[in-house]
Design a protein. Structure first.
Length: 272
């Protein structure tokens, strides 16, 4: 599928605002389904906060897909905190996603907005004189979807991190219209953070497809009780409980996770 296909914001007679573009732009996932393409796995990974394991879980998901013989690609549309290395900018989260997948696309596609300052995206973008625009993100997602059989889109920070003065990651998730996987960082206060995020996801009309309990501390008081309370209140399956890992790799995390309940999760293929 090429970018010329009608899956991104259509051209209008006069320049449109971001809000007007979002109102008329069909969700890429919906447009791809309407095009007659077979069902494919894709999801949007969000979290209860920043630094709570979104990248670890996203990478584990890609690792599991690759092990099943699937062409899988990770995408982090907006990333802040990039450093120059080897002639280009690198971000640890983006590098982990790239390493875990087996479809490798240009950085401009997998991360359309790669920012240098390790700050909230709208702040980092302002420092560089950049305006984060959803249109190139949606177009890039179409490229990722066309090049792979499965894709994992990782958000930035929590579910409602500002990207501009009027647009945030919840708006982006709603525009992509993908099933959502929520990573809950297990620490004191996580129940409140998780349930508020679940409500925010539902308020956008998105499907919460599953959640992951990711340990942030070697020992959390009443961890079992917290997970039980969350399981009783979150209307989606618990995909697994990742302990504090000495070697926090995608392969290690994948051993604790079961993604088979996610919509359109592919059956194992013969990789020989």
């Amino acid at each position: 599928m090429a970018l010329e296909d009608p899956v991104v914001v259509p051209v209008v007679d006069a320049p449109a605002t971001v809000e007007e573009e979002l109102e008329v732009a069909p969700a890429p996932a919906t447009a791809l389904a309407a095009s007659g393409m077979p069902p494919r796995f894709s999801c949007f990974v969000t979290g209860t906060d920043t630094e709570i394991g979104k990248t670890l879980v996203s990478s584990a998901m890609l690792h599991a897909l690759v092990r099943q013989g699937v062409k899988a690609c990770g995408m982090k549309p907006v990333a802040a905190g990039a450093v120059p290395r080897g002639g280009r900018l690198h971000n640890d989260d983006c590098d982990q996603l790239e390493a875990a997948g087996n479809v490798h696309l240009p950085q401009s596609i997998t991360t359309p907005f790669l920012l240098k300052e390790p700050a909230a995206p709208h702040i980092a973008a302002a420092l560089e004189g950049i305006a984060i625009d959803p249109v190139p993100i949606l177009a890039a997602y179409v490229e990722v979807a066309a090049a792979s059989d499965a894709s994992v889109v990782e958000g930035v920070g929590g579910f409602r991190v500002p990207l501009t003065d009027t647009y945030d990651t919840a708006d982006l998730a709603q525009q992509l219209d993908l099933p959502v996987v929520l990573v809950v960082g297990m620490r004191l206060g996580c129940i409140n953070h998780a349930l508020l995020t679940v409500e925010a996801i539902a308020a956008r009309g998105l499907k919460l497809a599953g959640w992951v309990a990711n340990a942030l501390e070697p020992e959390m008081a009443f961890a079992d009780e917290n997970i039980e309370a969350l399981a009783d209140r979150i209307p989606a399956p618990l995909l697994g409980r990742v302990p504090r890992l000495a070697d926090a790799t995608a392969a290690a995390a994948a051993e604790y996770l079961d993604f088979t309940s996610l919509p359109n999760w592919p059956a194992r293929r013969n990789t020989k």
